[in-house]
Design a binder for this molecule. Sequence first.
Ligand SMILES: Nc1ncnc2c1ncn2[C@@H]1O[C@H](COP(=O)(O)OP(=O)(O)OP(=O)(O)O)[C@@H](O)[C@H]1O
Length: 286
Amino acid sequence: MTVNETGAKTRAPIAGLAPQGRTASPVATETVIELKGVGVHYGRTHAVRDVSLPVARNQITAMIGPSGCGKSTVLRSINRMNDLIPGAKVTGEITFHGKDIYGSGVDPIAVRRHIGMVFQKANPFPKSIFDNVAYGLRINGMKDNLADRVEQALRGAALWDEVKDNLKKSALALSGGQQQRLCIARAIAVQPEVLLMDEPCSALDPIATARIEELMNELVKDYTIVIVTHNMQQAARVSDATAFYSADVDEAGERFGFLVEFDETQRLFSNPADPRTEDYITGRFG
Ligand SMILES: Nc1ncnc2c1ncn2[C@@H]1O[C@H](COP(=O)(O)OP(=O)(O)OP(=O)(O)O)[C@@H](O)[C@H]1O
């Protein structure tokens, strides 16, 4: 991977993105997840409207945009985390390998096992390092070779060398960056296919942030990643595709978020199709 003058990384282009594919919903050939006309209500508020985009396998898809435009809301809809928020309702369709994750009979817990999540603030359980990583394995009945699985997850999260002699120590004694990598280990322990990351570095210093970004570049070889970030430079550095969201007010005076543009990261940052994207990435927004 290299970084061009816009700061955007240049890895293999997203399969299937046509050169003229400048619409909000270009088609990726190796689509793992697809959002089609997705909207999210919180009670009577239609907070996010009509989002359509594909998420390509073994790519990092970033979601950027101003505060309150619905990035986290959309992210949470991808593994049914919004189900846990009273009054939240998702409309439209979200497919995982072509299957509607909101279809009747689909178990949201099974969805979350395949599509894991890492949150903004590291949230280890008040348990040992080992038990944090083993937690999901135990509740998912993946108890065979538990120690090996925990070790593999900690290695995968680039934390093993730092904690291997202290696995019984409380996870809460780790630094913030280590705690976030522990949460990544906990998420990957159950071998999901997709990792959703909601501003995973926003509480971290630049060194810990760089380690997580490095780690993402490793993880994407095995996982498909969707990241929400406030940090445009981070989106440019780590992602392959970027979705830019914004917010507007409808005729009834209600504020709502929507997708402005989705494209390969390099192109979105160097030659955005929509003037609203350009205003945002050049700092002229608002
Ligand atoms: N649990 C909730 N209950 C009610 N409204 C919510 C809830 N979570 C988010 N919202 C509303 O949905 C809209 C989108 O919020 P969301 O947090 O998804 O945006 P965001 O782009 O991720 O913002 P930020 O960058 O500040 O995290 C906002 O108007 C917000 O107030």
